[in-house]
Structure formats: C-alpha cells, structure tokens
Design a protein around this ligand. Structure first.
Ligand code: GTP
Ligand code: MG
Length: 200
C-alpha cells in the first residue's frame, strides 16, 4: 500500500475525545522506548510526525494520525517505565487500558517487542490480558538493525518458542527496523488486508 498522506489530528488522554468519524484504526503499544513512535514515522515516511526520544516515557497521550484521509495510526504511551512515579504509571495504565477496551474502531493492536531482549514478564502478562479481553493483536519485533541477522533470527525463534508455552496459536509476527525500514511493506500490506476485510 502506498502512503499518500499522513497528518497529525489530535492528542488526548481520554478515549471519549478520540475522533468520532468511525474510521478504522491501528494502534501501537509496548514498553517505553521500544520504538512505537519511530515505527509510525517509518511507516508513514515522515521523520518527525510522531515525537520520539532516546529517553523512555516520551509519549504520554493517545495520538491520532490520519493516513490517506481514510484510516488512523495511533501512537500510545509506553508501559512499564520504572523511573516514573507510581501515580503517573497508574494514570498511564488507565489511559492505555481504557483506550484498548473501549475503542471500537481499533481493528488491530501492534504490540512491539525489542528483539534484543529475552521474553519479559511485563510483555507476557500484557499479552495474556489482551487474550483474556479478546483484543486482536500482532507482534512486532523492533530494532533488528542492532543485531546480526543470525542473532536476530535466533532471538525471535527463542521468543516465539517461549510464547508457544502460553499460546496454542501465535498471532502474526513482523520483524522491523525503523532505521533500515525492514518490515514496512509487510505491516502496510497487512493493514490494507484488514481494511478491506473490515470494510466489506
Ligand atoms: P515512549 O514514547 O517513550 O514509550 O517510546 P517509544 O516506544 O515511542 O520509542 P521511540 O520511538 O521514541 O524510540 C526510542 C529510542 O529508540 C529512540 O532513541 C529511537 O531512535 C530508538 N529506536 C527506535 N526504533 C529503532 C530501530 O528500529 N532501530 C534503532 N537502532 N533505534 C531505534
Ligand atoms: Mg513514543
């Protein structure tokens, strides 16, 4: 799929204030600093559409970006940033959870995992919660440019094998790098496919 336009629409903390025009949307979630905002910039080809930072905890709001005047990409705050105070972590958790549970136009959630790390409980528990609540999601491994291709292949294989202990069937898996743009066409094609299924 070709990206002809990508525009920032609105940021907020309240799912009720998100756009009400009933367009399909695709949201990005994962630990703080995993690369959610960078991935949105990579997919849209706009370097500073979503704000990124080397310091975790950059994205604090629900951010809507309108793509091709037809559907949205949504940048969410990350979870699990330990430096943040307890109250602030709880507040972000509420924003994320209410968005995920209440946003009826969200077609699929992309859950980002840093390919360099072993499976972490916080991500596995989050996936469990998605499963319990029937939220459709895919897994996106990020930052593949930071590893050799053989190390990346092995790390992802280990990760997926561990998930198979908890899951009968794995969700779709994407391997990406916001630096070298790998995985871009796979994710955009997947979105195109879902858009045409939903709009049928
Ligand atoms: P929060 O908004 O804080 O939750 O973080 P985020 O998940 O949106 O991460 P962000 O996109 O801001 O990226 C965090 C850091 O990782 C930045 O320094 C990015 O440049 C870097 N980064 C993101 N994706 C990649 C990637 O694919 N490869 C490399 N090498 N660095 C990346
Ligand atoms: Mg971000």
């Amino acid at each position: 799929m070709e990206i002809k336009s990508a525009k920032f629409i609105i940021s907020n903390t309240d799912v009720k204030k998100c756009p009400q025009d009933n367009k399909n949307e695709y949201a990005f979630i994962g630990r703080s600093n995993v690369g959610k905002s960078s991935l949105i910039n990579m997919l849209t080809g706009k370097k500073s559409l979503a704000m990124t930072s080397a310091t975790p905890g950059k994205t604090m709001l629900i951010n809507h970006f309108l793509i091709n005047d037809a559907w949205y990409l949504v940048d969410l705050p990350g979870y699990g940033y330990a430096q943040r105070g307890k109250d602030s972590r709880k507040q972000l958790k509420n924003i994320i959870e209410s968005y995920i549970l209440k946003r009826e136009t969200m077609v699929n959630l992309f859950l980002l995992i840093d390919s360099r790390h072993k499976p972490q409980n916080i991500d596995k528990e989050f996936m469990q919660w998605l499963g319990e609540n029937g939220v459709p999601f895919s897994i996106v491994f990020t930052k593949l440019d930071k590893m050799s291709s053989s190390a990346a292949k092995k790390a992802i294989e280990i990760y997926c094998n561990e998930l198979k202990n908890d899951w009968e069937e794995l969700p779709p898996v994407f391997k990406t790098s916001s630096v070298d743009k790998r995985g871009r066409s796979e994710i955009l094609d997947y979105i195109e496919q879902l858009n045409s299924m939903v709009d049928e």
